[in-house]
Write a protein that binds this ligand. Structure first.
Ligand code: ATP
Ligand code: MG
Length: 561
């Protein structure tokens, strides 16, 4: 049963009623992606919803590939979808299902409709059909082929299957009502001819069923109890039910379609067609580019399955469309990584500090806390020596009162190490700072004040001699507009943020990072959460910034106002 303390959403309410009235004794939901692209965060919401319901009501969830359009579909997508669902932490019931497994049954049902006088073979072009559709307030015109005899329809439909006609030459249409206020009931298309190789059925078929003639039937074949989809399918429901009306048997489960609001995120495009465009045109490096809203992109970026599941739950289930702020997604991963990420020190934009009164050749091993949120995580050793790196931005030659970091004559704490004071700034002939000469207070070991004197700034640092060179990739939003595909007169790509990727190749990490493996997650102290990228080699490790420590975007916008 669902968590009692939480109030039920409207879908849980329906399910609980169905269980209470005995309409169903077992719940079976399904996640039905079309394998024509990689899954995105919107699909994650649907996955969490469908699999979550299966789990909370002790039921099951099927994975079904809705593979009725051979031209756009591919096994690469099938594989990636399975990987993503598993990674999110879900297990589908039995083997994956494919709508294409039902082609023979769907064909038989189509012949049955013909036999009942409920479907006919159309010969007009799609333009002609469209011109006869009418408008919601004006009835459509009946096709001249609408009243063919059953035997003629059967003969033509069989010849369609046999490959006697070219693409588009004929279609099969349901005979419903050309005056229906629901346009989808005005003799919708059921089958079309496509001489195309299918990734599973090969060349067996040259006619393919339409979505509306496939989905409800597939649900029915599998015994799905609750068929949950997004709101744009609301007006398909009468057709979903019409198709089922023609074939349901009294002793079998009849699925029910329920619609919920899709997930929309600002600063994000979420249509597979548009994401494919970004991949094909090389705007991003692939479907799993860490800036993509795909599950594979978010995974590579360092998102955890837990954070995506929490996000989906936090967003909740609504009946009306809305737009979620992408910072909620960032919040969800930050919250989880704060609990689990190993803390390390990395200097992303280094400037060298020489501690002039520290003995040459000496190295100390200092203790650094692995995770302040988790005492059981323990500590690790960080080497300290006479020359270290700090962030260039942590020093200012001319500083205002609010700047608590290093400045000439000023004192700061080096985390886990000592207090240092800046005595001298060394520059090259062009005036760039090359080194900072500092002195340290040996009595401040561990970063503790020896005499109660206070320093306000605490800096992270890396011992120069022990530094491990890494590359860091920092990402920003892929789009600079909150609604990149919401402008009728502009292409969504006009709103690309051209500074969405920053590559820093000279970053200095503490030696601890040498042993990092893919999927390890770190907090680079004061810098954000990072994970090792799959492009890393033995020679060079690359770290992706998952998310900054704070919402720097919000701060930036405030500053600009
Ligand atoms: P897109 O419109 O992004 O191309 P789609 O709806 O064509 O996606 P499908 O493969 O048909 O993609 O989707 C599989 C399931 O995921 C469907 O049940 C669909 O309703 C759901 N889904 C797709 N996008 C979202 C979204 N943004 N929010 C919630 N569920 C979604
Ligand atoms: Mg779809």
């Amino acid at each position: 049963m669902a968590d009692e303390k939480k109030s039920l959403n409207f879908i849980e309410q329906i399910i609980e009623d169905d269980l209470a009235t005995g309409k169903h004794t077992e719940i079976l939901t399904r996640f039905p992606p079309e394998p024509n692209g990689y899954l995105h965060i919107g699909h994650a919401k649907s996955i969490v919803l469908n699999f979550g319901l299966g789990l909370s009501y002790n039921g099951k969830t099927n994975l079904r590939f809705d593979d009725t359009n051979p031209v756009k579909e591919d096994v690469e997508y099938v594989d990636s979808i399975m990987e993503d669902v598993r990674w999110l932490g879900y297990t589908w019931a039995g083997e994956p299902h494919y709508a294409s497994d039902y082609f023979e049954q769907l064909y038989a049902w189509a012949e049955m409709l013909i036999t009942k006088g409920l479907a006919y073979v159309e010969e007009q072009t799609s333009e002609e059909i469209a011109a006869q559709k009418g408008t919601p307030t004006r009835p459509g015109i009946e096709s001249p082929y609408r009243n063919r005899s059953v035997s003629e329809n059967l003969d033509l439909f069989r010849r369609m299957r046999a490959g006697e006609f070219r693409d588009g030459e004929k279609t099969l249409r349901a005979k419903i009502d050309m005056a229906s206020p629901n346009m989808l009931l005005r003799d919708p298309l059921l089958y079309r001819i496509k001489h195309a190789n299918h990734h599973r059925t090969g060349d067996k078929w040259c006619i393919y069923p339409m979505y509306d003639f496939t989905h409800g039937q597939s649900d029915y074949i599998e015994g799905i109890t609750h068929s949950i989809c997004t709101l744009e399918f609301e007006n398909h429901r009468p057709l979903y039910d019409w198709c089922l009306d023609q074939l349901v048997e009294p002793d079998r489960v009849r699925p029910r379609q329920i619609e919920f609001a899709r997930l929309n995120l600002n600063y994000t495009v979420m249509s597979k067609r548009k994401l494919l465009q970004l991949v094909q045109e090389g705007v991003v490096s692939g479907w799993d580019d860490p800036r993509m809203p795909t599950i594979s992109g978010l995974r590579r970026r360092g998102y955890t399955p837990e954070s995506l599941r929490n996000f989906a739950q936090r967003v909740g289930i609504a009946k009306r469309d809305n737009v979620i702020d992408v910072s909620l997604l960032e919040f969800s991963v930050r919250e989880h990584l704060n609990q689990i990420a190993q803390r390390v020190m990395v200097v992303i934009d280094p400037v060298k500090v020489v501690i002039t009164n520290y003995p040459e050749g000496k190295t100390e091993e200092l203790d650094a806390v692995n995770n302040p949120e988790d005492a059981s995580a323990g500590t690790h050793k960080v080497p300290f020596s006479r020359e270290i790196y700090i962030e260039r931005e942590d020093f200012r030659e001319v500083a205002d009162k609010k700047f608590y970091r290093l400045q000439p004559g000023g004192e700061v704490r080096l985390r886990y190490a000592y207090f240092i004071k800046c005595e001298h700034v060394v520059k090259d002939s062009a005036g760039n700072i090359t080194e900072l000469h500092c002195t340290y207070d040996p009595a401040s070991k561990g970063g503790n004040s020896p005499d109660g004197r206070k320093v306000k700034g605490t800096l992270h640092w890396v011992s120069a001699q022990h530094a491990y060179d890494i590359e860091v990739r920092q990402y920003d939003r892929l789009f600079s507009d909150p609604e990149p595909d919401g402008h009728d007169d502009r292409d969504f790509k006009d709103f690309l943020n051209h500074d969405s990727l920053e590559i820093l190749t000279n970053c200095k990490a503490e030696p601890f990072l040498k042993d990092a493996v893919i999927a390890d997650r770190f907090q680079f102290e004061r810098k954000g959460y990072f994970c090792l990228d799959k492009d890393s080699t033995d020679v060079k490790k690359i770290f992706n910034r998952t998310v900054s420590l704070k919402d720097s975007w919000a701060k930036m916008e405030q500053k600009e106002v």
